[in-house]
Design a protein around this ligand. Structure first.
Ligand code: DAH
Length: 339
């Protein structure tokens, strides 16, 4: 009969998965040692059969347990190796119905789908940019008070000209790059993270998601913009919205606008539909000639509009959320209530 001690000693020597498989075949596999011994039981007397049968079962249990322990050991080794190569934890098993996109991703993806259907280019750009990209290329001289509005976060790393790199304060920082990369006519959007050194409160965060839209061609006018923004906001907010344009100041546009929206709401007290208050939703304008010039475009021949919208602002209006910190603080109770 197989000796447990000997088999365990053999198992001890096993040092990789192939050898372990070999061990399994020899001792525990259908055609091999242990099974052969079980077959021999048939020829024994009833007492011997009982006695030897019990011993064999015991042996099989112990050997199987030792084998499984070793197998686990190898598996953990493999997972750890994999994790060292690729830090994503592949062992976390999340049931499919337990996940859903965050509300910000939901709104961004909707916006991207609309853009794709209108043949817009989608570019994400990088979070780290030069001061030129973030400010000067969009007509904000570094001495301009607008740079203070943006309270920039500086990095220690420097760009080719020795200037400190920064975290982009707005996705408008991609305008110059997009015009140069794709030429004209241009229809592009930039969804992405932006950063400002802010005190956090219900409507401000140091990191937030924006989406910049830019359209440049021959004879693009404010009328094109107004038509597009009204349709777009209705689609994104899941409401039939009315838009209002007020003059607004942004160095990269002339004229510049603040866009407000209002829509029908149901008043529970009067049990009637009524119009909501006007709500400021985004900044926009006709692209400033200096921005076009800086990107090598003749501003007497071409014109365009651009606007930038906070994705959390859109999501807050769409889902009726009062505090934008809920979107990113990872509170599962919040996430699950919209899943
Ligand atoms: N970049 C502005 C911000 O972050 C938003 C913005 C305003 C973008 C007007 C535009 C624009 O393209 O025309 O506050």
């Amino acid at each position: 009969m197989i000796e447990l001690k000997h088999a365990l000693w053999e198992l001890e020597k096993v040092s990789d998965a192939a050898q372990l498989e070999n061990f399994f075949q020899i001792y525990l596999g259908k055609k091999w040692l242990l099974n052969e011994e079980f077959k021999l039981l048939v020829a024994l007397s009833p007492e011997d059969k009982k006695d030897k049968g019990a011993k064999l079962s015991d042996l099989k249990t112990q050997l199987t347990a030792a084998y499984e322990q070793k197998q686990n050991h190898f598996m953990m080794g493999q997972i750890n190796q994999q994790l060292e190569k690729d830090p994503v934890d592949i062992s976390l098993d999340i049931a499919r119905e337990e996940w859903s996109y965050s509300l910000l991703a939901e709104v961004r993806r909707d916006a991207e789908d609309i853009c794709k259907s209108m043949w817009f280019i989608i570019e994400y750009g990088t979070d780290v940019v030069t001061k030129f990209e973030n400010f000067e290329s969009v007509n904000i001289p570094l001495t301009h008070p607008a740079t203070e509005m943006h309270d920039t976060i500086y990095l220690n790393d420097k760009d080719a000209s020795g200037e400190n790199l920064i975290l982009r304060t707005h996705t408008s920082s991609m305008q110059n790059f997009l015009i140069k990369k794709y030429g004209l006519p241009l229809k592009a959007v930039v969804p992405g993270r932006t950063y400002r050194f802010e005190n956090m409160d219900a409507s401000h965060d140091t990191m937030f998601y924006q989406m910049e839209w830019i359209v440049i061609d021959k004879d693009i006018s404010v009328a094109h913009f107004k038509e597009m923004i009204t349709k777009l906001l209705s689609a994104l907010l899941h409401k039939n919205v009315e838009t209002r344009m007020r003059p607004g100041y942004f160095p990269f546009v002339e004229p510049g606008f603040e866009i407000d929206v209002r829509y029908e709401v149901y008043n529970k007290e009067t049990e009637k539909k009524e119009l909501s208050n006007w709500m400021e939703i985004l900044g926009a304008g006709m692209i400033h000639p200096n921005v076009l010039k800086e990107a090598g475009v003749d501003s007497t021949q071409r014109s365009g509009f651009a606007f930038g919208v906070g994705i959390s602002r859109l999501a807050a209006v769409r889902y009726g959320i009062k505090d934008i910190r809920y979107f990113t603080n990872g509170d599962l109770r919040f996430a699950k209530s919209f899943a």
